[in-house]
Design a protein around this ligand. Structure first.
Ligand code: PHE
Length: 384
């Protein structure tokens, strides 16, 4: 039956698909009773929809895996999804609804630090745990003891990028292109600049843009006259793709450098060949050889096609971690759940083993990716 439905699948995929299909049958008893509701808020539509899609895919895989393995303390896990449409203000509205109307036991979101920062004070005020899969700005978890993150934070990421630029790529003159309205952009630029100049590098230009800008030519022209050998753009994939194209149009040859915000399948669609030679850091590579990662990649491919980005893997891990913490806490009591999350040590995830430090931030490796012949290729992994 499965073979008839999927005649074009390679035998490897067919095997993993078969395994997935029968897994629920051989796993523990089906979950019963009141669902354990997990509130998920993300940019499912709007400017950063690529983030929302990736995260939601990872989340749904995690929920299905949790339920196939017997649920959370025998109860079914249920994802309650809210779309903030990538708009300011909407994450707060979404989280209020999830808390008051849906009575979720924990929150998962957002990707962009700006939007997690909007929601975090509401979770904190309610005493409800919030796990962000991918917001890296340090202020996010500083909101309070209810806020956790599944990923490293920007003090680490900024240092990794500056060191890599200086030591591995031999770059010496950096121009910055910053979105002052985005805490992620401002924070990452700060750490990068501090580390890069401490190493002996120079910041030769600093220009601003505003998220959603389509034309960066004026800024790039000013940058060109400062003759940088790298443009550091702590922004998201849309600006990264546009900046790459417009920089090349203007004859700028400097290496484009960025952080985890570059990672989206749409990056290459937007920037095309102009992105060749770009470097960025991220949380995970689907090329990882760990068994957990390989299982995840196979399940992702069977269900959605294509290769998962780090955000999908981090969101998958965030949900599995919450399920694990509820189990360790013996229930969904908010205080007990918070304590269990804070005690997370060596949690085996798709993105590696996760330990949360005293700031409730994950201590994790960064992956360095380069764009070569229009493809994103893993080149290195950097330990904290
Ligand atoms: N780290 C980014 C932020 O904090 C968000 C992001 C994470 C984007 C992972 C893409 C992938 O704003």
């Amino acid at each position: 039956m499965i073979l008839l439905l999927f005649p074009c699948m390679s035998s490897r995929f067919r095997r993993s698909f078969l395994l997935l299909a029968i897994l629920p049958l051989i796993a523990s008893a089906s979950p019963t009773g009141e669902p354990v509701k997990l509130g998920f808020f993300m940019s499912i539509t709007g400017r950063d929809a690529s983030f929302g899609e990736a995260a939601l895919r990872g989340a749904r895989l995690a929920i299905d895996d949790v339920n196939a393995a017997g649920g959370i303390l025998g109860r079914p896990a249920e994802l309650v999804v809210e779309d903030n449409r990538s708009l300011p203000g909407e994450s707060a509205t979404a989280v209020k609804k999830l808390i008051a109307r849906d009575k979720v036991v924990a929150l998962i979101g957002e990707c962009a630090s700006s939007r997690t920062l909007e929601a975090a004070p509401l979770a904190q005020a309610a005493g409800l745990p919030l796990v962000t899969p991918a917001s890296t700005n340090p202020r996010v978890t500083a909101v309070g003891d209810c806020i956790f993150r599944m990923c490293f934070a920007d003090p680490f990421q900024g240092e990794v990028l500056a060191n890599y630029a200086w030591k591995q790529l031999g770059l010496r003159r950096a121009a910055l292109l910053i979105d002052p309205g985005a805490p992620y952009s401002v924070g990452l630029a700060e750490v990068f600049s501090r580390t890069f100049t401490a190493l002996g590098g120079r910041i030769v230009a600093s220009q601003k843009y505003s998220g959603g800008d389509k034309d960066l030519r004026a800024q790039l022209t000013a940058i060109r006259s400062a003759q940088p050998d790298t443009i550091f753009l702590p922004g998201y994939y849309v600006e990264a793709g546009l900046a790459a194209q417009q920089a090349r149009e203007l004859g700028l040859k400097a290496t484009l450098l960025g952080g985890d915000g570059f990672e989206a399948p749409q990056l290459i669609e937007i920037g095309g060949a102009a992105l060749n030679g770009t470097y960025y850091s991220t949380h995970y590579s689907a090329e990882s050889q760990s068994p957990a990662s390989q299982r995840f990649v196979a399940a992702y491919q069977a269900r959605y096609g294509g290769v998962p980005v780090g955000l999908a893997a981090l969101t998958y891990d965030a949900i599995k971690l919450i399920a694990d913490a509820i189990t360790r806490a013996g229930g969904t009591d908010r205080v007990a759940l918070r304590k269990a999350l804070a005690a997370t040590h060596d949690f085996p995830g798709v993105t590696g083993r996760t330990t949360l430090d005293e700031h409730r931030d994950a201590v994790k490796e960064a992956a360095i990716i380069t764009v070569r012949d229009g493809r994103c290729v893993f080149v290195d992994s950097i330990r904290p």
